[in-house]
Write a protein that binds this ligand. Sequence first.
Ligand code: DGL
Length: 280
Amino acid sequence: MSSPDIQAELPIGLFDSGVGGLTVLRALRTALPHENYVYLGDNARLPYGTKGPATIRRYAVQAAEMLMRCKIKLMVIACNTASAIALQVLRQTYPQIPVVGVVEPGAQAACSNSLSGYIAVIGTESTIRGGAYQKAIAEINPETRVLAKACPLFVPMAEEGLVSGRLPELVVEHYLNEIFGESVSCPKPDTLVLGCTHFPLLKETIALVVGPEVKIVDSANTTAQTVLSLFEQGHCLRNRSSRPGRVRYLTTDDVQPFVRVGGLFMGENLSEQDVERVDL
Ligand code: DGL
């Protein structure tokens, strides 16, 4: 087999602090079903979103090193917090492969969707504090007004599968009513970016609270489109197999909870045989 064929068969590598990035993997598998994938969840050290930048950078570098040892042809940082902090360092460290974060595609999609030029972004404490979305949106369109809000409780709720019903609704209202509530008299953003990989699980409840007039941008789908365009532009070779690609899952914590919660994020049952415990 010639070397381009080997390159084409190599997996796309993704990492996240846990199972949240599986929303990105799910979108990627829909967009590129014949590709092979290796997904690493650093569950033992979740959450990243409450940690400081130096710690997040160190964790991201270790996760990327593990994926590189698996011989990947493209890396997706399937975590908003790690993308916000470590995208540049990982691009510099691995110039030989494309490295894609989730922040730029989310910012791009938000700017294309917003008619009013007023966008709300929600994410973890670290993502919002670091201002990565605010900067990415300002680079695309400096006129855009961005309102950013950390919603840390959404992460454990999604992990618990607590995504619909009165309790999640109350929590979503707690965070978002000050932006989208009926008592808010000033104009409301017309676009809401889900700047955290866990938040797409709560999308229906969030949509219920913010109302149908607000467009919700999910960085999982927009990242998958970015990766697809890298293939279309020839920056990465497509796997030529006509069979569905294989997925290998790695986790830094126990396999069983990864299988249980991961299934919720993937929207399908995961098997323990497909998941391997690794140390970073
Ligand atoms: N994956 C993280 C993100 O997208 C959320 C979970 C965490 O805080 O580690 O920001």
